[in-house]
Each structure stands twice: as C-alpha cells, then as structure tokens.
Design a binder for this molecule. Structure first.
Ligand code: SAM
Length: 219
C-alpha cells in the first residue's frame, strides 16, 4: 500500500528533489511529473521509485537518479521540434522524459534484453515517438542524424568522435566523461565547424562500453 497516490509522490519528488535543487525548465519539470517512473523499475525496487537515487533494472545496470535525469535534460536546452539521440536506453525512463519534450527520440542500448524491456515500457504508455536501436551507441546512429541534442547516459572515457559528427549546427551534447568510476558532466555545443565545451559537477555512471568507450566489463 502506498501512503498517498503516485501522482502525489511524483509532485513531491519534483518539488523536493528537483525544483529545490535549481532545475527551472517548466517542460522538464512537467515531464518528470507526468512519467510514471515506477513502471520503468522491476520489483522489488519499484516501491522506491520516487526516492532520490538510482535503482537496479537488471543486467547489472541502473535507472538514473531523477535529479540527474532532470539536470541532463535541462542542459540540452531542447525545443519541441528537436530530434534527440540518447545513448544507453536502460529501461527507457530518460527516453520517456525526452519523448514528452521533443518531436523524436532515437535511443541506443547495447544489451538486447534491456532494449526489449524499454520497448515494452514505452509502448505500454503509448510514447510512440521513441525509436530504440540495439547496438554500440558510441558509433551514434547516422541514419537519423543530425541531432539537435545528444545525451549519453553511461560514463565515457572521452567524447566519442562519431557523436560529435552527428550533432546538428547549434546542437548540444551532454555526457559524463572522465574515469571509469567518477566523471564530470560535460556540455558540448556545435557552432558551425567549431565545438565548445563546458564542465559541470562530478557524477557517477555505469561505463559506456564500445568502440569509442571503455573496452569491456571490468577491464
Ligand atoms: N538512460 C537510462 C535511464 O533512463 O535510466 C539509464 C541508463 S544506464 C545508467 C546506462 C545504460 O547504458 C545501460 O543500460 C548500458 O547497458 C548502456 N550502455 C553502455 N554502453 C553502451 C553503448 N556503447 N551503447 C549503448 N548502450 C550502452
């Protein structure tokens, strides 16, 4: 039994964990209030869905902390007509948030079971503007490029070159880059042929495994 309805839990989450820490984009706040995070988390962890933390989703992976999802989404500075690429679908929560804000989301996941789980979660909610690709997201997905926003939700040792190439003019990429255990949140912005970058606070993500990421689990 939940002590109060789930919509109330989401409102509390948005007020206490997200707005209180400085996220202001109204469309980001509305999306976090709308998307039922508990449906993206397998039991028994779903009962903690509106807590301030990442949680296990199976296959050794996690759903990101709601605050981090909000901050990374806000940093993309998205417009409704934008097309976005996400790397690291997991169970599909971040893709669901993006789908409420932009016109089309492409999301790449390397673990087929998680991609399938995300497809089921998104289709149950009729979030039909998300295309899920199975494969190495460090290569991007040229078929749908260029992207106005690229969001990497796993820890990268560096900026994957194919992703920079697939960023539209004026587009932004947000990613955790640095060590395997601790990274800095980075924002890259393309202006014609030049790309500028800025750094935000420290974050901790599971590793991005692939040709332009880390070489494999535990190595
Ligand atoms: N975005 C998810 C959410 O909404 O909660 C969280 C994703 S989890 C922190 C990181 C995901 O990145 C994992 O599911 C992992 O399998 C995936 N991943 C790691 N390397 C990848 C790669 N090269 N391409 C695609 N997905 C990758």
């Amino acid at each position: 039994m939940t002590p109060y309805p789930l919509i109330e839990q989401r409102r509390k989450m948005v007020e206490g964990q997200i707005r209180a820490r400085g996220v202001r984009d109204p469309r980001v706040l509305a999306a976090l209030e709308e998307v039922p995070r508990h449906l993206f988390i397998p039991p028994p962890y779903d009962r903690d869905a509106y807590e301030d933390s990442p949680l296990p989703i199976g296959n050794g992976q996690t759903i990101s902390q709601p605050y981090i999802v909000a901050v990374m989404t806000e940093l993309l500075q998205l417009r409704p007509s934008d097309r976005v690429l996400e790397i690291g679908t997991g169970s599909g929560y971040q893709a669901a948030i993006l789908s409420r804000i932009v016109s089309h989301v492409t999301s790449a996941e390397r673990i087929p079971e998680l991609a399938e789980l995300a497809r089921r979660n998104l289709s149950a909610l009729h979030y039909d503007n998300v295309e899920i690709i199975v494969g190495d997201g460090t290569l991007g997905y040229p078929a749908n490029a260029p992207y106005n926003g690229i969001l990497v939700t796993a820890a990268s040792p560096d900026i994957p070159q194919p992703l920079t190439e697939q960023l539209a003019d004026g587009g932004r990429m947000v990613l955790p880059a640095g060590g395997r255990d601790l990274q800095k949140l980075m924002v890259l912005e393309r202006d014609g042929s030049s790309v500028t970058s800025s750094e935000y606070g420290g974050v901790r993500f599971v590793p991005l495994i692939g040709e332009y990421g880390w070489s494999g689990e535990g190595s």
